[in-house]
Design a protein. Structure first.
Length: 736
């Protein structure tokens, strides 16, 4: 940190100096460009935390570093009895699978050794015949041997006995050799089939158990998140919740599933192979064990390098997710840049050469030391088959060790991901961050209330902006069955009133009452069931139109759905669609126009026949034609309901029974449209006049645009007719 700070200070001085230099602007610009490039280079390539702005981009990264990883056994904390039984059976089958692998290695070593011994015997016989051929045919002996009456007979006897012995041995060994080979081949086939069957069953049972646990965790996590209070969501990065719900669950499924089982199999295989090797030849096994640290070291080094790069990449994705994911309720996928597979391929590419290098070293060292031990007079019991078995086993061990890195990395990633997942699940019972009475049924029923809404000296500050008060002693009354409008400039607290009435937040001071009874006495779920909301940007889900409308009332019938659509002026255009009510609207209703989405949202609000209707600038984002259609539906829906309207276009609330003008979180004017327009110098009057002038200017602009379009059309028609006339004259001249 200390060695990097002077460089940054120097760059700052350089940039300041370049700004003050009025004589040479070009040199100053070049210096500034070099300074910016140098700073960017340090941001992206420096390993030290020398830029506070860069460090503070992700608060959760620092928090996650401090958190300890979850223990391996705690990963399976949501396993029930069935899951435990399935995992136990899978581990037992995994042990049998490892035994089959070891048996295959032993049989393969013996079979290879049998071929080696047979090949060695044939070579010895061939060399023996070549060596005695000159003696047989030429009856001559080497000059180094002194023939006499004593050894001449012996030499002929030895030559005769050797020929007879080798011939008889070869003749009798061929059937025995074939029998042994076929026997071992049959055993290899049987053990291979058992290995395939047992391994498949083990993976299948383990996968079922893990899928059940992941499903259980996903449901608990989702339920824990959807019952969070709005203040909690305001202070939490929604991208972090999105990553936890999707990316972390995927990491846990990968680390707890197949790769965890493979890691267990590798460890069991290594232990069993070492035990078998010690039984066969402990001397050769001890020599070969010295090569295991080499393979482990190689795997650890490359695993750390790749894990470090992958961790940086995942942090980048987490930041991108926090920026892109602005509304948690939409749950849009932001993990399309997942780089785990890319990093795994890079890891395998880097590790491939070292892995095969380690295996070749195992073969070479094993054969060398095995040959030395076999040639030693004190170890005649070790044959070529034993050497091949030990070498094959250790080659398998080296291969297994080289594969531990990726699987261990997946398990470690699952342990780290489980920290955030388990924390969010455990927070599901925290009353400070959850809507505690959403699932309670012991609060008062509100189905037969009068419908009067009263804000009594309400003060409010958003939890995420505690230094900026929103409402100051706000008092207003919305009478039952009447339409009450809230108008004012942006940020005056209009939408906050709706959020407080929906109990997304609780007032800092004051109280909100329904028919004289505090709103906190009512059950939140029942309260919201009696409130219909239509906002400026309607949010539709990626389902059919029928399902989107039914979202307002889950048990609604087909007739009720169609009736709500008729009240919202949506039934006619729905019936013109190819699939009618079964038409898919796409993500966030992308397949529909703005007016169509607004009418579907209104139908969804009317499906539950609400007592209260909240309209938050429902027509401000629509064109004139769509606004007229939607406004007719809204006027019809407001009849007989207690309605609160937030409007930007004041022409839409001229018929409201009561209008409240808000400024800086307080009511400054109230009355009907006529009484407020009669107040000279009032804010409402000024707002209406300003919008009238804006409309006049807009109409003039529209007229100018229409006039220009007409002139261009007339000019185009004239040019086309003139060119047509010229062509006709040319044709006439040609005819003449």
């Amino acid at each position: 940190m200390s060695d990097s700070q002077p460089l940054l200070n120097a760059s700052n001085k350089l940039s300041i100096g370049s700004d003050d230099d009025d004589d040479d602007d070009s040199n100053g610009n070049k210096k500034q460009l070099l300074t910016n490039s140098f700073s960017d280079w340090r941001r992206y390539f420096s390993r030290k935390k020398n830029n506070n702005e860069y460090i503070e981009l992700d608060h959760d990264t620092k928090h996650n570093v401090k958190d300890k990883a979850v223990g391996v056994l705690r990963l399976f904390r949501f396993a029930d009895r069935i899951d435990i039984v399935l995992m136990f059976i899978a581990i037992c089958l995994n042990i049998l699978h490892v035994c089959c692998i070891s048996a295959n290695l032993i049989l393969f070593g013996k079979l290879t050794g049998l071929f080696a011994i047979e090949s060695f015997g044939d070579n010895c016989d061939h060399q023996h015949r070549n060596s005695i051929a000159p003696i047989t045919h030429n009856n001559t002996y080497s000059q180094d041997i002194e023939l006499n009456i004593f050894n001449n007979a012996s030499s002929h006897k030895l030559r005769y006995n050797s020929d007879v012995f080798l011939s008889s041995t070869i003749a009798t060994s061929i059937p025995s050799f074939r029998q042994k080979v076929m026997h071992m081949v049959h055993l290899l086939f049987i053990t291979g089939a058992l290995e395939l069957l047992i391994g498949s069953m083990s993976v299948f049972l383990w996968a079922i158990s893990v899928k059940r646990q992941i499903f259980r965790m996903s449901v608990l996590l989702f339920r824990s998140l959807v019952q969070r209070s709005i203040p909690y969501m305001d202070t939490k990065p929604t991208g972090h919740l999105h990553v936890t719900l999707f990316d972390n669950i995927a990491k846990m499924e990968r680390g707890m599933g197949f790769e965890f089982l493979i890691l267990i199999a590798i460890l069991l295989a290594v232990i069993s192979c070492i035990i078998i090797s010690l039984i066969i030849s402990w001397q050769l096994t001890l020599i070969m064990l010295f090569l295991i640290p080499l393979a482990i070291g190689t795997s650890i080094v490359f695993s750390k390098i790749i894990a470090k790069e992958a961790n940086n990449e995942l942090r980048t994705y987490s930041k991108a997710g926090q920026i892109i994911q602005e509304v948690f309720s939409s749950l849009r996928t932001v993990l399309s840049l997942n780089g785990s597979k890319f990093e795994q391929k890079r890891y395998e590419k880097e590790l491939h050469s070292t892995r095969w290098s380690s295996i070749r070293q195992v073969y070479a060292v094993g054969f060398i030391f095995g040959s030395l031990i076999m040639s030693s007079k004190s170890h005649h019991s070790l044959n070529i088959s034993d050497i091949l078995i030990v070498v094959s086993i250790f080659a398998q061990c080296m291969l297994s060790f080289s594969l531990i890195g990726p699987f261990y990395q997946s398990v470690s990633a699952a342990q780290g991901a489980a920290v955030a997942v388990f924390q969010l699940i455990d927070e599901g019972n925290d009353i400070n961050i959850n809507e505690t009475d959403v699932w309670e049924e012991n609060k008062g029923s509100i189905y037969n209330i009068n419908g009067d809404i009263e804000f009594d000296n309400v003060n409010f500050i958003y939890p995420s902006r505690k230094d900026a008060p929103v409402l100051h002693n706000l008092s207003l009354i919305a009478r039952a069955g009447q339409t009450t409008a809230l108008v004012g400039s942006s940020g005056c607290g209009k939408s906050t009133c709706i959020s407080l009435f929906l109990r997304y937040y609780e007032p800092s001071l004051g109280r909100i009452m329904i028919d004289g009874q505090p709103i906190t006495d009512y059950n939140v779920q029942q309260l919201r069931q009696n409130i219909g909301v239509v906002s400026q940007e309607p949010i539709l889900f990626g389902m059919s139109i029928y399902e989107n409308i039914r979202f307002g009332k889950v048990n609604a019938t087909q007739a009720e759905i169609e009736q709500a659509a008729r009240e919202a002026n949506a039934h006619n255009f729905i019936m013109q669609l190819p699939d009618k009510y079964e038409t898919l609207v796409g993500e966030r209703g992308i397949q529909l126009s703005g007016g169509e989405k607004q009418r579907i949202a209104l139908a969804r609000a009317l499906a539950k026949q609400p007592t209260f209707l909240l309209l938050d600038e429902a027509t401000s984002a629509l064109d004139n034609v769509s606004e007229k259609i939607v406004q007719e539906a809204l006027d019809r829906a407001c009849k007989g309901r207690t309605t609160i309207v937030i409007a930007h276009r004041l022409t839409t609330i001229q018929n409201a029974h009561q209008i409240y003008v808000l400024d800086n979180g307080s009511v400054i004017e109230q009355g009907t449209h006529e009484t407020l327009m009669a107040r000279e110098g009032g804010k409402y009057q000024a707002m209406v006049k300003r919008q009238q002038m804006e409309r006049i200017y807009d109409d003039q602009d529209d007229m100018i645009s229409i006039q220009k379009a007409k002139e261009e059309d007339e000019k185009f028609i004239f040019e086309r007719s003139r060119s047509l006339s010229d062509s006709q004259i040319v044709d006439i001249n040609k005819v003449q």
